[in-house]
Design a protein around this ligand. Structure first.
Ligand code: XUL
Ligand code: CO
Length: 440
């Protein structure tokens, strides 16, 4: 078998003094952090779409990426070369998982039947490489947004024939995800939203989205797919308003339609930014509702306001993210999927390695800082003290449901209020100590 990345050998951990761009500075897979190794905590995955099908084109410019599989002579040959390259890449990088959309791995044919046949051929090849390398599938998904048939949405399309086609596509995507031992299955509502409120039947569209997800739950059960079902919130892009806009909106939707027991959330950093929220906020909301399932690890370019999907290199953000992950008891069966693309100007094949190394190192360092922060316990102690009034006296009666407005009025008439400082600056300074001080 020919090599696709001959200039790169297996990436090793060399420590923080290393100047080798093709080495890990902080990610040391077998190093223990608390009771688990870095590898077990972080569960990194490569996103097939950005890394193996991304071209570098943007709304203003043509493709720029130089890829060793560019010489393929047919769409199916291209798909096969990408599989070979993908497994060489993941093996050299030492990432144990990957994620895909059905249409990333195999091209659409003339008919649905032909498309499914293409998928079967590629899935078979992927399965052989998975067996050979031990690399696993974190999640699969169906791409329900690129083809013109999905111009008005998929499950929320006004056209029932499109709903049916989308169902058929998800059915097949669930089957192949199961066949490849996928540990999760993701739903991102690609075009499930609206551009204007002048044409949608908002209620029917959302009822239909719930019907679609209900059918997916039934089908997963029918075929014995035991993986976690995940919904990925995003507020806008491609539509002006996406129905699954934020973690809170999705959680409310799932409860309304009695689907909450069947789904968790896949939180993406850049989607939080687009919603005017922080990554930390979305992770916290998902976690406290028992719904933090998995993460799409990237970051937005905040000055642009698009879904730029940069690689995550901001250690402040990765520390706060890992703080939520640790408080969640980990992400398993979820993981950290690099839904991130190299910049259009980073077009050399080696940039794919350097970008993943940068992201993996940023999360490894974030993991260590977050673990130390939790061990230090200052934040937890401060929060416990801040809410102490609810563990005694009138606060405890409120929590236990023992008082109503009349008893509280009687209490308020008798007592004076004494508030204490929130100490935000002190807490931010403590957080900085854990991020900056290597001895911790
Ligand atoms: C789009 C996005 C998707 C999902 C999977 O913004 O994040 O790639 O992660 O469909
Ligand atoms: Co994503």
């Amino acid at each position: 078998m020919s090599e696709f990345f001959p200039n790169v050998s297996t990436i090793k951990y060399e420590g923080s003094d290393s100047k080798n761009p093709l080495a890990f500075k902080y990610y040391d897979p077998d190093q223990k952090v608390g009771d688990k190794t870095m590898k077990e905590h972080l569960r990194f995955a490569v996103a097939y779409w950005h890394t193996f099908t991304g071209t570098g084109s943007d709304p203003f410019g043509a493709p720029t990426m130089q890829r060793p599989w560019d010489n393929a002579t047919s769409p199916m040959e291209l798909a096969k070369l990408r599989v070979e390259a993908a497994f060489e890449f993941m093996q050299k990088l030492g990432v144990e998982y990957f994620c895909f959309h059905d249409r990333d791995i195999a091209p659409e044919g003339e008919t649905l039947a032909e498309t499914n046949k293409n998928l079967d051929i590629i899935v078979d090849l992927i399965r052989q490489h998975m067996e050979r390398t031990g690399i696993k599938l974190l999640w699969g998904t169906a791409q329900l947004f690129m083809h013109p048939r999905y111009v008005h949405g998929a499950a929320t399309s006004p056209n029932a024939d499109v709903f049916a086609y989308a169902a058929a596509q998800v059915k097949k995507a669930m089957e192949i995800t199961k066949e490849l031992g996928g540990e999760n299955y993701v739903f991102w509502g690609g075009r499930e939203g609206y551009e204007t409120l002048l044409n949608p039947d908002l209620k029917l569209e959302q009822d239909n989205l719930a019907r679609f997800l209900d059918m997916a739950v039934d089908y997963a059960e029918k075929i014995g797919f035991k993986g976690q079902l995940l919904i990925e919130p995003k507020p806008k892009e491609p539509t002006t308003h996406q129905y699954d806009s934020t973690a809170s909106a999705v959680i409310g939707f799932l409860h309304k339609y009695k689907l909450a027991d069947h789904f968790k959330l896949n939180i993406e950093a850049n989607h939080a930014t687009l919603a005017g929220l922080t990554f930390h906020h979305e992770l916290r909301v998902a976690r406290i509702n028992g719904m933090l399932g998995s993460i799409d690890a990237n970051r937005g370019e905040e000055l642009l306001g698009w879904d730029t999907d940069n690689f995550p290199t901001d250690v402040y953000a990765t520390t706060l993210a890992m703080y939520e992950v640790l408080k969640n008891g980990g992400l398993q069966p979820g993981g950290l999927n690099f839904d991130a693309k190299v910049r259009r100007a980073s077009f050399e094949p080696e940039d794919l390695f350097e970008a993943h190394i940068a992201g993996m190192d940023a999360f490894a360092r974030g993991l260590k800082a977050a673990h130390a922060l939790l061990e230090g316990g200052e934040l937890e102690e401060f929060i416990a003290e801040r809410y102490r009034s609810y563990s005694e006296g009138i606060g405890l009666k409120i929590v236990n449901g023992e008082v109503g407005f009349e008893e509280l009025e009687a209490y308020a008439l008798e007592n004076t209020i004494v508030n204490k400082s929130g100490k935000q600056e002190r807490l931010e300074s403590i957080l900085n100590q854990y991020i900056l001080d290597w001895s911790r």
